[in-house]
Design a protein around this ligand. Structure first.
Ligand code: CP
Length: 317
């Protein structure tokens, strides 16, 4: 693994397993009365979010602080970018300040990878979501949450062998779908894509699995329903012509939930469009809806990533 995390598709199964096993350690740390270790004392992490975020931003912030790193929350709207300074010059300025890691979210596909190439080994770049392309820490935390649910923890050989996951919804516009797909497949899960024809990926050669527009036909065989957010902000035009129709065909409504096996797991990266991807009552009351557990695990996963990329040999204890 390089000193950057840009796309899970770049990581082999061993590298993913290593990060998930490290996450086990940080889940334990997170459960301590004082969930903080000195492992990254003296390191500095900059959070640079050009798109809105609640979970990813806060959990990277918390993860870095729980590792005793210093954190700079870079203000994209009030920085000298607004005076015309280029992103390249901004990154060079951040480098010159002695920052050790950039955690970057941007609407442009591939931008974190371009920055990583530009900075080389001098600083770690972590992709916190780029356009439609990738959201690697979300893929890791979703895979970790499933390993934890089915096996108690990731262990040294994290596996989703024998688990059938349906990724349901707006696959075309979802970087989460791309990173979840990479993580789940790497760990041996069977994956089926479920989406309306207009929201199916156009690069089908990169998704060598079954794809259907009929959720009800595949639902009885699924162990995990991985819901995706309808991403109104990324749709150039209204491709979901009728929200009611979408809910009827793809939403986990009360009536559809009643038809599902009790042990079926539901995950969603958030933020949830309540009443669209999933009914309020199902989200709030059904067992095995792991949305909050995903958020909790996001901190430990991001601690693992920061520790793996920035650790200087100080033990976790
Ligand atoms: N899942 C996710 O990326 O959420 P945020 O946009 O709130 O970070």
């Amino acid at each position: 693994m390089s000193n950057h995390l840009i796309n899970l598709a770049d990581l082999d199964r061993d590298a993913i397993r290593e990060l998930l096993h490290l996450t086990d350690r940080f889940v334990e740390v997170s459960q301590r009365p004082i969930p903080k270790v000195p492992a990254l004392r003296g390191r500095t992490v900059a959070l640079i979010f050009f798109e809105d975020s609640t979970r990813t931003r806060m959990s990277f912030d918390l993860a870095a602080k729980r590792l005793s790193a210093d954190v700079i929350d870079f203000p994209t709207h009030t920085s000298s970018l607004s005076k015309g300074e280029s992103l390249k010059d901004t990154v060079e300025t951040i480098q010159a300040l002695g920052v050790n890691a950039l955690v970057i979210r941007h609407a442009v596909d591939g931008l974190p990878g371009e920055i990583a190439e530009a900075v080389g080994e001098t600083i770690s770049v972590i992709n916190a979501g780029d356009g439609l392309n990738a959201h690697p820490t979300q893929g890791l935390l979703d895979a970790y949450t499933l390993c934890q649910h089915f096996h108690g923890s990731a262990g040294t050989e994290a596996s989703l062998d024998g688990i059938h996951v349906g990724i349901v919804g707006d696959i075309q516009h979802s970087r989460v779908a791309r990173s979840d797909f990479a993580a789940y497949r790497s760990l041996g899960a069977k994956v089926t894509l479920v989406a309306p024809p207009d929201l199916q990926p156009t690069d089908l050669e990169n998704w060598p699995v079954e794809i259907t527009d009929d959720l009800d036909s595949v639902l009885p065989s699924l162990d995990v329903v991985g819901l995706l957010r309808i991403q109104k902000e990324r749709m150039g035009e209204a491709v979901v012509s009728s929200v009611d129709d979408y809910v009827e065909r793809y939403g986990i409504t009360e009536s559809r939930a009643k038809e599902m096996r009790d042990d079926v797991v539901i995950v969603h990266p958030g933020p949830v469009n309540r009443g669209i991807e999933i009914a309020d009552s199902v989200l709030d009351e059904r067992a095995n809806v792991l949305v909050n557990q995903q958020v909790t695990n996001g901190v430990a996963v991001r601690m693992a990533v920061l520790f793996r990329l920035l650790g200087s040999g100080i033990e976790i204890d």
